[in-house]
Each structure stands twice: as C-alpha cells, then as structure tokens.
Write a protein that binds this ligand. Structure first.
Ligand SMILES: Nc1ncnc2c1ncn2[C@@H]1O[C@H](COP(=O)(O)OP(=O)(O)OP(=O)(O)O)[C@@H](O)[C@H]1O
Length: 600
C-alpha cells in the first residue's frame, strides 16, 4: 500500500491539474451512465410496461412530476431524445477522457523512465558490480509497464469507489432497507475476498521472478550465442526456455483463474441474492411490480460495482511487486549516487602535472570475505610517461586501474592525483582526464562516424581520420565501401576483434585525454598492427600519461616503468630492462613462460 501511495504521489507531481480534470471526466462518465440507466424507468413507465403513478418512491415521484409538465404528445420523444443526448454526451466525454488519460500516463512513464535512467547513470560503479544488467533491463521494460497499469487502475478504483458511494447514497434514498441489505452482503463478500487478494499478491511476486529470469536468460543466451552455436548447446538452451515459458504460461493462467473465479463467485452470489430478494419481496412482503423493478435496478447497478472493486484491487495487488522492484532500485541508486547529471560539466578541466600515487591501498570486492583483490599497494605513476601493469590472470591489474581512475574507492589507504587525495567530491573532475580502452571494446550498432563522434560531437572528418591513422585503423576504414558511414553491427560484430580494438583506441585518442588507459587493449592485434599502435603510443609519450595492462610482454618493451602484481600485492616495480635482469623475480618468470610459449 505504501508503494502504491508513493507512486500515486509521483503521478500527481507529473500530471498536476490534468489529473483532476481526468478524475472529473471519469466521474462525469460514470454519473451519466448511472443517470441514463435510471432514466430508463420513467421511459419504461411511459411505454405502459408498468404504471409510474403506482410507485411511491421519491426519485420516481420527482421524475414523474417533471415528465408531466411536458406536453403529453411529446413526452415520449423528449425522454428518448434526452436519453440519446446523454449517451452521446457520455461518448464524447469518454473519448476526451481516454486521450487525456493516455497523455497523463505517457508523461508519467516518460518521467519514470528518465528518472530511473538518470539515477542509474549517476550511480557509482559498485552498483553495477552487484546488479545484473538484465535485472535493470527488466525493471526498465516490464516492471515500468506494470507500474503504469497499477497506477492507472488505482485511479479508476478511486473513481469507482466515489461513484459507488454516490450510488449507495442514491440507492439509500430510494430504498433504505434494501440498500442496507445489499451493503451488508457486499461487506461480507469483501471480507471473504481477502483470501483472493492475498493469492493475487503471491501470483504477482511469482510474475516478477519469472519475467526477471526470462529477461536475464535471453540476454545471457544471445550475448553468448557464438558459444552456444559453436559448442552445439542449442538443445540445452531450448529446453531451459521451454520450461520457463511453461512456468510463465501457468503464472498467467493462475491469475486469469483467480480473476474469473472471483467474478464467478460474485455472479453466483448475485444470482442467488437477487432470486431471494425477488421471492421475499413478492411472496412475503407482497410489493408491487414497480417496486420490484426498483429492486432489480438498484441491485443490478450496485452489485457489479463490488465485482469491479474486487477485480481492480486484485490487479493492483499483483503489480505491487513491480512497484517494490523499482523503489528498491531507486534506493540503491540513491545510496550509490556519485554525481548530479544535471549541470555536470563536460570539460576536460584538469590536466595532470606531476603523478598519481597509491598510498597503502587495499581493496576487497566483498567486505564479508577475507580475500583482498589488492593489499597494501604503494605505487607512483609519473605524468606524461608510460607505465605498464603486469601479472598473472586474477592478480589484481584491472582492479588497480579501477582504483586509479576512481571507479571504485579503496577500503583503506589513499589514491592521490598531483598530491591531492581522490575523494567523492573530486573524483569525477579527475576521471574526465581519462580515456579508457577496455579489452572487450564497447561499440554501438551505428556508423563508424557516430561511434567516434560520441566523445566529440563537433569533431570534423579530418580529425576523425587523424585519430584513425594514429590507431592504425585508417587503412581498413578506407577500404570499407561506406567508409566512415559503415554500420558496424551490434557491439561492432561486423568488424574483427583487432579492428574493433583499433576503433576504440581511435575514439579514446579523439578525446585528447591527459591519461590514456589501455586494459589489454591491443591483445587482438596482429604483429604488424600492434607495431603501428606501439609506434603511435611512443609518439604520444611525453604529451600524456599512458597506463597499459598487457599479457603479451613484448608490447610493453617501451614502457618507462613496469609494475608487477602477484595475488593483489605489488612484488616488483622498475624499468623493463632492470626487472628482466632480476632473474629470481616474478617478471623474469613471466618473461620466461612467454618465451617458452606457455600461458601465464
Ligand atoms: N566484480 C567482482 N566481484 C568479486 N570479485 C572480483 C570481481 N572482479 C574481480 N574480482 C576478483 O578480484 C581479483 C582481481 O581481479 P582482477 O580482475 O583485478 O584481475 P586481473 O589481474 O585484471 O585479471 P585478468 O588478467 O584475468 O583480467 C580476482 O581474484 C577476481 O576474482
């Protein structure tokens, strides 16, 4: 319930006065519907089906006296015209209200999408270390839709409640005892229906879990489709998918069964009650035909409202787990917030002058476990030089880079830029100096030009070619039929691994960073292209700080400094030739493994 109120408040903030207009529209539609049905009674009276004058009830007395003021020859036509006008009026209002309702809900979904997306962008890297990307996709796709459905239903429910109350008041005026009896039955039914609502909530939780698994599964499978195809894993994945689809089907069927079960229950009760009322009225109380008609009208107007209320409530309850998912994600984002997107400067404001240092830096991914990814690290990365970080797989190289660029914060110790400790306040200003090239480059399904201009939307073609030349990518781009306008596919799938790496390197250079970080960024290059990239990096030395992680040690021969990490600790630090001459050191061992053709 708290979740529902929270999102209704958000809806109110987005829609403002339009929400009231929408509400009034819904009320008008329901009122006209009610009035036009009650108008049928005098209409039927005029046809002579029963005698209006025989009824001694206030509403019909008033209507009767108004009807008798109309000249007799046009009474019937006037009543029919009034009825038709009311129905047309209702249809016109209905159309406008539907459009307004769509506008409100589209604005609301946009606002939720934008705020969630912004919160995610503003969150620290640590949020992404513990959250599955597919869960984020799931919330931004499925759960948002369920939230909109839930809030929309809540609005309708509020209108139904108000309208039911008006109808109850009206019905009480027409027949106090009968209405009281209907209300009593309704209350008993509502108490009995609580078990339906509890069941609806359980189904809702199951829906969230199943759709989450669905999105996670298909994301994983299609990310790893090459693995699936090359290892012939299609059958296993198909069987998994089949089982999940069956569970989803069963979940939706369960909800449909629940809803129709509630409806059936209410309808059966309604038939039994109406039968009982008619029997008692006719046989025991000996009421007239007109009053019996009234009983049927009241009952047929009021009772379906109880069914609608119960059904809407069940649907709202099933969407509550979606509300909770989004609220949890928002809370996590808020706790992990590292900056405010609005007003954030795009400038590469600072340039590093002296060095980056780590003072006794230790880091653990999981504070509840004893294993440190890095322990007591003390290093210095001088400005405008090339530093290489080497070590076995899992030694802690990428973690060290993440700490150096402020993506994660040390558990203890400090990272300093030009002697100033990196803090929550200045991290982003420093990170703007960095261009990072990962091992698995990130490219969009768009043209080469768009992918490059992502970092500098105003860059002219000449600068794009210059960056491509630098990254040894000019030749292959020129050979492509559409050159810079070539569409490169999902994550650049239409290019080779080496071509992708060179494109991302060109993009990194285009930014003219103060610090260039290459995390295994040349691993997919052949010897010729690697030599070209090395020569380019050599030219850059002196104008920017270059930090390189490389498994292939030949690529770091020109480094000014090599840092060797083993099991999270820095075990050697110095110039390439100095370290290679320390025969008992880790670096010499790594070198000899590679020379012998073994993997480190
Ligand atoms: N997101 C994570 N959650 C938990 N542990 C992690 C995470 N990322 C890395 N680790 C652990 O931290 C340690 C250091 O990992 P890191 O990725 O820094 O090694 P690396 O030297 O870069 O390895 P590689 O050369 O294989 O990329 C490893 O033991 C790894 O299992």
């Amino acid at each position: 319930m708290t979740e529902l109120i929270y999102f209704m408040k958000k809806l109110h903030n987005v829609a403002g006065t339009k929400l009231y207009a929408n509400f009034i529209g819904m009320m008008l539609i329901s009122s006209i519907e009610g009035v036009s049905i009650y108008l049928l009674i005098p209409l039927l009276g005029l046809t002579g089906i029963f005698n209006l004058g025989s009824l001694t009830i206030p509403f019909l007395d008033n209507v009767n006296s108004i009807v008798h003021q109309i000249p007799e020859r046009i009474q019937f036509v006037t009543m029919i015209t009034l009825y038709v006008l009311l129905v047309i009026g209702q249809a016109v209002i209905q159309r406008n209200q539907t459009v307004l309702n769509t506008r409100i809900h589209q604005a609301f979904i946009r606002s939720l999408r934008l705020s969630t997306y912004r919160d995610l962008l503003q969150a620290e890297w640590k949020l992404y270390l513990r959250t599955r990307k597919s869960d984020i996709n799931h919330i931004l796709n499925n759960e948002l839709v369920r939230i909109i459905q839930g809030t929309s239903l809540a609005m309708k429910l509020a209108t139904t409640i108000i309208f039911t109350l008006i109808q109850v008041a009206f019905a009480l005026w027409l027949s106090f005892k009968l209405t009281l009896l209907v209300l009593l039955c309704g209350t008993l039914m509502a108490i009995f229906s609580r078990r339906f609502s509890r069941r609806a909530k359980t189904i809702g939780v199951e829906t969230t879990e199943l759709t989450k698994s669905y999105i996670a599964g298909i994301t994983d499978h299609f990310n790893g489709i090459k693995d699936i195809k090359t290892n012939m894993l299609e059958r296993q994945h198909y069987n998994w998918f089949l089982a999940l689809c069956k569970q989803l089907e069963s979940n939706f069927t369960k909800f449909a069964k629940l809803q129709t079960g509630t409806q059936l229950f209410y309808k059966i009760t309604s038939a039994v009650l109406i039968g009982l009322f008619i029997y008692t009225s006719f046989e025991v109380l000996h009421v007239s035909g007109g009053e019996l008609m009234l009983i049927v009208v009241i009952f047929s107007r009021l009772w379906p409202k109880f069914i609608t209320l119960q059904n809407s409530w069940e649907q709202i309850v099933t969407s509550i787990p979606a509300f909770t998912s989004l609220m949890d994600l928002q809370k996590e984002c808020e706790e992990a917030k590292e900056f405010e997107l609005r007003g954030a400067s795009e400038e590469l404001s600072i340039r590093m002058q002296s060095d980056i240092e780590c003072h006794n830096v230790s880091y653990r991914y999981d504070l509840n476990k004893p294993d440190y990814a890095l322990k007591d690290v003390n290093i210095r990365v001088p400005a405008n030089s090339m530093t290489a970080i080497v070590g076995k797989s899992g030694a802690g190289k990428s973690t060290l880079i993440d700490l150096l660029i402020g993506l994660v914060r040390p558990e203890s110790g400090e990272v300093l830029y030009d002697g100033v400790p990196l803090t929550a306040h200045n991290t982003l200003a420093h990170r703007r100096m960095v261009s990072y090239v990962p091992q698995d480059p990130f490219l969009f399904h768009s043209s080469i030009r768009d992918n490059l201009k992502l970092v500098d939307p105003h860059a002219i073609d000449e600068r794009l070619w210059e960056a491509l030349r630098f990254a040894a990518a000019e030749d292959f781009v020129r050979k492509l039929p559409d050159g810079l306008d070539t569409i490169i596919g999902d994550r650049g799938i239409r290019l080779s691994g080496g071509e992708r790496q060179r494109l991302v390197l060109a993009r990194a250079i285009l930014r003219r960073p103060s610090i260039l970080v290459l995390d295994e960024a040349t691993s997919a290059l052949d010897n010729e292209n690697e030599a070209k990239v090395q020569a380019a990096l050599e030219r850059l030395k002196g104008s920017m700080t270059i930090i390189v992680i490389a498994h292939r040690l030949s690529t770091i021969r020109n480094a000014d400094q090599v840092i060797v990490i083993e099991q999270g600790r820095v075990v050697q630090q110095g110039a390439y030739h100095q370290l290679s001459s320390e025969t008992r050191g880790t670096f010499s061992r790594l070198l000899s493994y590679q020379e012998a053709g073994l993997n480190s």
